[in-house]
Design a protein around this ligand. Structure first.
Ligand code: KG4
Ligand code: ZN
Length: 339
């Protein structure tokens, strides 16, 4: 089955064609980073308007790249949530209209399920069940993944998501948007041991997390510093190390709790080099298999939506006649499907 995927939940327009026999045929992405950079974060109304401009030309481009005609597409998957209401509406409206016009089924995909399954776009795939660390701009979840659609959240952030903590910290330090890539780049030139940052919620049991206190710690540390470039780089390094250490401690606990031999990490923050290195070290030392998506599929993209949608369409799921998007939609609310 050939499925067209449409991702418009936030500030990236991602389009892809996934073939359940041949794999990913083509994908393309338009990032709105420049549009939002001057505001230090995503402006929802600007995001929606830009998605409207981009989606259809990108669909034409991807169809051409994939060598498919419109008539070859057998299903459409679009992100139905969680995300920004207006941005989701654009993808959903275009996806559903095309499906109706082309007389094929459509399915609204959960964005976090897309992230979670993104490592499956690779030839080396984890097998169920496994443990997943899902870290993005909006969510930080530790998930017991029993089967496609059968997800138990066993740990989550009680306040800021990890990516959000990177973004807010970058804004505080006047480093630009999005914060993850700029902080991790600056951290390479800094000395993390120059400051001692807390590892929030690691001194009590459990898998929940909290990251909002770290940005206050960054602010206080920056204000007490000599405000030099060296101080900024050292703070970036200490902040990143605190996040990575905290995530590692929580993953170790979750692995102990579940006894799963496979660990998957996904979502925008899984592109972080230090996080990958630390989890790889830990996995190797403990005989675990570690999986993460290719860097381009860590952050938002259409391929993961086409893939997750293809699984659900193949299992017989389809949109009903009601049109809805869900700005809030927990991954634990999804239906289990047989693959
Ligand atoms: O998954 P994603 O593209 O969008 C959401 O679903 O939220 O994640 C975006 C988040 C942003 O907060 C961004 O700062 C963060 O992922 N991010 C990173 C890195 N690349 C992107 N965080 C840390 N290190 C990175 N290299
Ligand atoms: Zn995302």
């Amino acid at each position: 089955m050939k499925v067209l995927g449409i991702e418009t939940s936030c500030d990236e327009t991602g389009i892809a064609v996934y073939d359940t026999v041949k794999g990913l045929l083509a994908h393309t992405l338009y990032s709105q980073i420049e549009l939002h950079a001057e505001y230090g974060g995503v402006v929802p109304e600007l995001a929606s308007r830009d998605h409207i401009r981009r989606v259809t030309p990108l669909i034409d481009e991807v169809l051409q790249q994939s060598g498919c005609q419109k008539s070859d597409i057998e299903g459409i998957a679009y992100t139905a949530g969680p995300g920004l209401m207006g941005a989701l509406m654009v993808g959903a409206a275009i996806g559903r209209t095309l499906a109706w016009t082309w007389n094929i089924p459509s399915i609204g995909v959960n964005h976090m399920e897309g992230h979670l399954l993104a490592p499956m776009l690779d030839s080396k795939q984890p097998s169920f069940p496994f443990l997943a660390l899902l870290v993005s701009g909006g969510h930080s979840l530790i998930v017991d993944v029993k089967q496609v659609g059968d997800y138990e959240i066993i740990g989550e952030s009680l306040d800021d998501a990890v990516g959000e903590a990177f973004d807010k910290t970058a804004k505080l330090l006047d480093l630009g948007y999005p914060g993850g890539p700029v902080i991790s780049k600056l951290a390479e030139t800094g000395d993390a041991s120059a400051y001692k940052f807390p590892r929030p919620m690691t001194n009590r049991p459990g898998l929940d997390m909290s990251f909002s206190g770290l940005k206050t710690f960054v602010l206080n540390t920056w204000q007490d510093s000599d405000k030099s470039d060296t101080a900024k780089a050292n703070i970036a390094a200490a902040f990143q190390e605190a996040i990575v250490d905290t995530l590692l401690i929580k993953c170790k606990r979750a692995i102990k709790q579940t006894s799963y031999p496979q660990l998957v990490m996904a979502g925008g923050v899984s592109a972080n080099k230090q996080l990958r290195e630390k989890l790889a070290e830990y996995s190797q030392a403990n005989n675990l298999e570690l999986f993460y998506p290719k860097t381009q599929f860590c952050t938002d993209n259409g391929a993961m939506i086409a893939y997750a949608g293809a699984l659900r369409l193949m299992a017989g799921e389809r949109d009903d006649s009601s049109f809805q998007v869900r700005p809030r939609w927990a991954i634990s609310e999804l239906n289990k499907i047989k693959v």
